[in-house]
Ligand binder design. Structure first.
Ligand code: NAD
Ligand code: DAU
Length: 348
């Protein structure tokens, strides 16, 4: 059986990718490598826990000796690398954590794959973000040839890791692919990110902190469509290539929050307009990118991928998941979350 390592499989997107790969590829042995940081949660993977083609290894990718021990102990066919520090606001407070995991951790994995992996037949797939391209004005979209221009410590660290992955292809002929995706929404997302944070706050009648004037724009994609694109690119992408992934679904933050409030009013039996009264404009994020929008035509034309779920449908399903999983939300917001929340929002 071929061994495929998925890093960051206990996180938001990673857990969707692991579930999909375990279910669709019984001929592959999926090894989920995750350090279980605040964002990693094995509860996200309960349904694959007992599967014979699934294994979990708790490991920090910045721990070079442990990574080498894992890669040298058995033949690794391929890697799908998602492990990262992923939250822009945290990167503004602690940039070095992002350098360590996103840059150093990625290079450690590249070295291990180069030394011990099946570089003849397998590949190293690096999952990245559209934020490496910087920010857009009112017009245009990011393509695969848009120059890198990262603005936050998070996007600078992801851009750096992308460059290392590409450099290992050019220098050592490592078989690699990279994808750069827009904002994901869906189940199991840690409630530091806009949508689950707002759902959590609406449920508890807490203020809804909208940064600046709420005019920044994001291009939202259903997480399962991202996971499907990752599976497709892993098997069918061309070595050395980059693929942009996006939802063709732009929303101004404030419009998205209003839409969420309307749906939540209906689902919680509140008066129309009740939840929107919680909206509170707060100090803007430092260096806040104005607009992201992805041109995914390369992926559509070359590999035949398109988003499968209309936003209205995916958004409603997402909200239902959080409302049906209040215990999950309660557990991930207990403990350190309260400290994070007050450090980030108390005096904003
Ligand atoms: P997440 O924060 O939900 O999960 C990250 C996972 O990585 C967690 O399980 C965590 O425990 C693990 N991890 C963190 N540091 C680690 C380390 N040092 N060693 C091992 N494991 C570690 O992130 P996400 O939103 O699921 O994002 C996954 C990937 O997709 C990231 O690379 C991110 O840059 C990229 N991405 C995210 C989005 C988005 O909208 N969330 C969009 C495009 C790309
Ligand atoms: O574009 C892809 C990126 O999308 C990924 O690479 C990142 O890992 C992911 O976190 C996400 O980054 P954003 O910064 O766009 O996502 P976030 O959910 O943090 O914020 C979305 C928008 O909402 C952004 O313009 C900031 C704003 N916002 C966010 C929070 C948490 C608020 O107005 N209030 C908030 O409380």
């Amino acid at each position: 059986m071929k061994n495929i390592i998925i890093t960051g499989g206990a996180g938001f997107i990673g857990s969707h990718v692991v579930r999909r790969m375990v279910a669709n590829h019984p001929d592959l042995h999926i090894i989920n490598v995750d350090a279980l940081t605040y964002a990693g949660n094995l509860e996200n993977l309960k349904d694959v826990e007992g599967k014979s083609n699934y294994e979990f290894v708790k490991l920090d990718i910045t721990d070079g000796a442990s990574v080498e021990a894992l890669f040298s102990s058995r033949k690794i066919h391929g890697v799908i690398h998602l492990a990262a520090e992923s939250h822009v606001d945290r990167s503004i407070t602690n940039p070095l954590d992002f350098v360590m995991t996103n840059v150093v951790g990625t290079v450690i994995l590249l070295n291990a794959y180069k030394a011990y992996g099946d570089t003849e037949n397998g590949r190293f797939y690096h999952v990245s973000t559209d934020e490496v391209y910087g920010t857009l004005g009112d017009e245009g979209k990011f393509t695969e040839t848009t120059p890198y221009d990262p603005n936050s410590p998070y996007s600078a660290s992801k851009a750096s890791s992308d460059h290392f992955v590409r450099a290992y292809h050019e220098t050592y002929k490592l078989p690699i692919v990279i994808s750069n995706c827009s904002n994901n929404y869906g189940s199991h997302q840690f409630p530091e990110k806009l949508i689950p944070l707002m759902i959590h706050n609406i449920t508890h009648n807490k203020p809804l902190p909208v940064y600046g004037k709420g005019e920044n724009i994001r291009d939202w994609l259903w997480v399962e469509d991202h996971a499907r694109a990752i599976e497709l690119i892993y098997f069918k992408g061309v070595n050395g290539e980059t693929y942009n992934i996006g939802g063709n679904n732009e929303w101004k933050n404030i419009d998205l929050v209003h839409k969420l409030c309307e749906i939540m009013d209906r689902k919680l039996g509140r008066e129309p307009g009740e939840s929107a009264q919680l909206i509170t404009y707060v100090t803007d994020r430092k260096g806040h990118d104005f607009r992201y929008a992805i041109d995914a035509s390369k992926l559509e034309n070359e590999l035949g991928w398109t988003p499968s779920v209309a936003f209205d449908q995916g958004f409603e399903k997402t909200i239902d998941w959080y409302l049906e999983n209040t215990e999950w939300l309660g557990r991930v917001t207990s403990g350190a979350y309260a400290d994070y929340y007050s450090a980030m929002y108390a005096n904003r």
